[in-house]
Design a protein around this ligand. Structure first.
Ligand code: NAP
Length: 329
């Protein structure tokens, strides 16, 4: 039985990767912290391993002891209280993990780095041309910069068996950020950020996990892939689909970018007093203000034979059914 380690196993995406790894018959290790929730890690076949990604020495011992065949590095910070936290977790912790693997000479057969489309940054606001992995990255968020720094480090290594995945917005059950949008629509408000049309891409969490395991079983290494369902949606289409599925009549609310920025600053400041990071913050504002989040996925179609099983209609239905069943909606 092949041994697989999933870091960030307690998170939204990580918990789905763990489930799929078990389903596929891997000896599955959930990499967590002492403080991590096990709410979605209840299967008794899961083996837990407490990882301190800031401590290379302890990582070396743990990795030498276990010698994983595959590692999926999904731990990461998508919002942070201090600007430096992004670099500490998304870049430095990734570097520690990889250095520990190299120095203890226990390289896995494949290392999947869950990066983000934010590492590249959006396409041009002035057109609807999708970004390609061969394009020069220009991240416009601290989050994206930290992910790109980790990518650059990993890709500078010779013979390190890595595949880097850059998912666009991942949504599905258990997810907490898109949930805010679903909740707003459910409450009868249809929010629009900025007055100019916005072009969006999405990947349903189960489809993203499918790409992860396709990448694991592929002989390819050393490549970076954008991951989306392959379609382009306008913000209006996203709202229309959600409204239809939730069967809600809504009032449209167009919020100019300057107001969104002001709200982001206020929320960030007031939440910092209680040690929290709000979903809408200054870094997220930069994501929301970009008009073109289109990416080219022809590489995953060609290399992995990927075709989405969920487009937005199916994914939003399954996600919102889950939110309702869990009484989130
Ligand atoms: N969701 C998206 O739309 C999206 C899009 C593109 C890329 N990604 C990437 O996908 C990965 C997973 O994201 P997610 O949406 O599942 O986020 P999430 O639900 O917030 O999960 C993040 C995971 O990372 C762990 N983590 C955070 N800081 C850590 C640290 N210092 N040491 C060890 N573990 C740490 C968390 O552990 P605790 O539970 O202990 O906090 C949690 O398991 C991230 O790398 C993210 O950048 C997500």
């Amino acid at each position: 039985m092949k041994k697989i380690l999933i870091t960030g196993a307690s998170g939204f995406i990580g918990s789905f990767i763990v489930e799929k790894a078990l389903e596929l018959g891997y000896d599955t290790y959930a990499g967590i912290r002492n403080s991590s929730s096990k709410q979605y890690l209840t299967d008794e076949r899961i083996r837990f391993i407490n990882l301190d990604l800031s401590d290379k020495t302890s990582l070396k011992h743990q990795l030498s002891e276990h010698r994983f065949d595959y590692i999926i590095h999904a731990a990461g910070l998508t919002k942070a209280q201090k600007k430096t936290d992004f670099e500490v977790v998304n870049f430095q912790a990734t570097k520690n993990l990889v250095e520990a693997l190299l120095e203890s000479k226990c390289l896995p057969e494949k290392f999947i780095f869950v990066s983000s489309m934010a590492a590249h940054g959006p396409g041009k606001d002035s057109d609807t041309v999708p970004v390609k992995s061969s394009d020069q990255p220009h991240p416009d968020t601290l989050y994206g910069i930290s992910k790109l720094n980790a990518e650059k480090y990993i890709n500078s290594l010779i013979d390190f068996p890595v595949i880097t995945l850059r998912p666009t917005g991942v949504y599905g059950p258990r997810e907490k950020d898109y949930f805010v949008f679903f909740k707003t629509i459910n409450g009868g408000i249809e929010p629009y950020i900025g007055l100019k049309e916005q072009y969006l891409t999405f990947i349903y969490v189960r489809d993203f996990v499918d790409v992860v395991f396709k990448a694991i079983s592929s002989p390819i290494t050393g490549k970076t892939y954008f991951v989306s369902d392959g379609k382009c949606y306008t913000a209006k289409e996203f709202a229309e689909i959600t409204k239809k599925i939730l069967n809600k009549k809504t009032v449209k609310l167009f919020v100019p970018l300057a107001i969104v920025k002001l709200i982001a600053i206020i929320l960030e400041t007031t939440n910092s007093w209680i040690g929290k990071v709000p979903t809408l913050n200054r870094d997220k504002y930069n994501v929301l203000k970009a008009r073109n989040w289109l990416c080219d996925i022809s590489d995953i179609e060609k290399d992995f034979g990927f075709k989405a099983s969920y487009y937005l209609e199916d994914g939003v239905k399954e996600a919102t059914d889950w939110y309702k069943a869990e009484k989130w909606l």
